[in-house]
Design a protein around this ligand. Structure first.
Ligand code: AMP
Length: 312
């Protein structure tokens, strides 16, 4: 197996600014991540759900090219989360978080997953991410985090950063973690904390990334290289939930076919191009609705179109 994600499987409630509300959507970081990554590889998920997870959600997951051996169904209730979007469709308030089985012991990593070459540690308490990290000693490991852990478990998060190859986070989290408002300064600071590359997501403004050059590689006198990509200019934004996780899925799905030592700055940029395009599809419908209908040729067409947009 090339790629494993450790994360959440949840049942989401989404409220839009005009009051439209959808309940009981399949969600969770692992679901969005794996659905996006499934366009490049067959990812395995390590996650836990309760025995109330509807069959329809299991079928939806199974409809993607995903290995669900690592989805542990436990007696109890599935993680539930609700979010309400602001008028700008970028910011959102959390309406409720019911951890349920997600608050118990983490899911076990199946033996067949342990030789995975690439692992994504989706948002979780840093101590849980760290324990998962240790199960994959040889893999290229990339982590996500959230504001809550920066506030409540910063020490553990900093210790995790020393053990990962990459970090993906939102711009406000990057600022909170580093105290630096300027995204370039924040990304450079984060590189100094351990990871080889850092991707700072800026919602509709795209992403900024920083990559530490291997020793002896010429980089114009700088020890790192910085790049940026705009978001795909989306006209249809129905539900931005999962954009971040499917961005990460697109990124890791692309990297999964490359050996750790072959991941250069241009390859990272190429992977981020896939990430950007996959997340642009996610937001076009509620939940996993758009990704579940997405065809390979639609994906290729948009990748081509986005590539053309990036040319001068
Ligand atoms: P994103 O929009 O990419 O930040 O991802 C949203 C998804 O993350 C939703 O489907 C939620 O179910 C899930 N989620 C929200 N809060 C948490 C949390 N504290 N732990 C794990 N997953 C969460």
């Amino acid at each position: 197996m090339e790629l494993v994600v450790t994360g959440s499987i949840g049942i989401d409630t989404i409220e839009l600014p005009d009051g439209e509300r959808r309940e009981n959507l399949l969600g969770g970081s692992a679901a969005y991540f794996a659905a996006a990554a499934s366009f490049s590889t067959k990812p395995g998920i390590v996650a836990v759900a309760g025995n109330d997870l509807p069959d329809a959600h299991k079928h939806l997951l199974a409809s993607f090219n995903i290995d669900t051996t690592g989805l542990e169904i436990r007696s109890g209730k599935t993680f539930r989360w609700g979010g309400k979007y602001h008028e700008n469709m970028d910011e959102r308030d959390t309406l409720f978080t019911e951890l349920n089985v997600l608050g118990e012991r983490p899911a076990a990593v199946p033996d067949a997953y342990k030789s995975a070459s690439h692992v994504f540690l989706a948002n979780a308490p840093p101590t849980v991410q760290r324990a998962f990290r240790e199960e994959f000693p040889e893999a290229l490991v990339v982590a996500d985090t959230m504001d809550l852990w920066i506030t409540t478990a910063k020490k553990e998060l900093l210790s995790l950063l020393q053990e990962v190859d990459g970090l993906v986070l939102n711009h406000d989290e990057a600022e909170q973690l580093t105290g630096k408002r300027n995204t370039v300064a924040a990304a450079k600071h984060l590189l100094g904390l351990g990871p080889r590359f850092v991707v700072v997501k800026k919602g509709e403004h795209g992403c900024l990334y920083a990559y530490r050059l291997a020793e002896g590689v010429a980089g114009g006198g700088e020890p790192e290289r910085i790049g940026a990509l705009p978001a795909y200019p989306a006209e249809k934004v129905v539900d931005p939930t999962g954009a971040g996780d499917s961005f990460a899925g697109g990124l890791m799905g692309f990297l999964a076919a490359r050996k750790k030592e072959d991941i250069t700055f241009p390859i990272l940029r190429e992977a981020l191009l896939h990430a950007t395009v996959l997340s642009s599809f996610t937001i076009e419908a509620f939940g996993l609705g758009r990704l579940s209908l997405l065809t390979g040729s639609e994906l290729d067409t948009r990748i081509k179109e986005y590539r053309q947009m990036l040319q001068f």
